[in-house]
Design a protein around this ligand. Sequence first.
Ligand SMILES: [Zn+2]
Length: 398
Amino acid sequence: MNNKLRKIVLRAASAVMATLLFSSAFVFVPEKTPVSSLAADANVQKYENEIAALEQKQKELEALISKSQSEANQAAQEKAYLDNLIYVIETKQAAAEKLIEELKAKVAETEKVIAEREKQIDVTNEKFVERMRMAHENGNASYLEILLNADSISDFLSKMERVNAMLDYDKKLKTQYKEEKAALEQEKADLSASKELQEQTLLQLEEDKKTAEVQAAKAEKYYNTLQSDKAAYQAQYNRAKQEEQKLDAQLTAYLKSLQEQNSSQVTATGEFMWPLPLNKGYISCYFGGRDPNSAPHYALDIAIAYGTPIYGSNDGTVLKAEWHYSYGYYVLIDHGNGRSTLYAHCSSLNVGAGQQVAKGQVIGGVGSTGFSTGNHLHFEFRVNGVRQNPLNYVKKGL
Ligand SMILES: [Zn+2]
């Protein structure tokens, strides 16, 4: 039998024992129950209470363990999210840094081109000034010279045009360089602005990273706290479980000793009769077997037709003839000498509490009331309140 099943069976067994020992004690207390039987009930009850309390404690600790675990999982998830966030920020930082380097290089390159243009402007300017100076100094002479060297008026005019065109060209070139320089200056300003923007972005990223790192550290610390809480709960749980196992073992031993102690007192007498018509029905569960709920069975179950008359097994006084949630309608007869018999799951009762009954008198009809899965008589034989195997006292009628 595995541990869990063993535990369930033990639980059911001890619960049934405790309930039934207790209820029988209650019935017999006024005159007939010996002191030892009372002590037994109290002991079993005490074990049961302690075990139940330990089980409750384990249940509570299980809830705490599971709560710590689920919170720890959440904290771990948060930590993983933040770690990933930090990684993303670092990637963005690297990209921003690279871009800043590129922009710096481009600014430097643009500055170089601007310097070149400035130089070209200066050179063009000097050339222009030189040409102007020459044209001025030569004055009309140069024109005269051109004129004199000209073959004709049209040749003179075309030579004049060339001089003017040269001056115009220099002027245009200078303007073009100036425009180019202005465009480059604008480009440089744009590049610098982009670079500044990236630098601001980088600062923001550094701040974000710091925040994420603080949060990640917090999440990790919380995770560790939860893990140590969980370990503490687990240790408490293990202690409670061990304690319960110890008590389970003690209770099992105690119930066994109780059984042995009582069985040593019994002797079959044969004076009690079979409680049903002879050779009818069959035994569906023996004493010491397992009932349909797999609890230990401290009675004899005889499956037989609905309404079959049930006979009082011996002379006696009816102690109980009433409803019970588990027994259904049942009769308990006190036969004196510490002996009593119980008849459960009846469909009808023919006797009442306090009534004297004779051996063989019909006390009720077979049924399936209470915790029962079919028509049968649940027959108990008790000696000093402890249930014994009915077949040790009653000759089997089948
Ligand atoms: Zn039964």
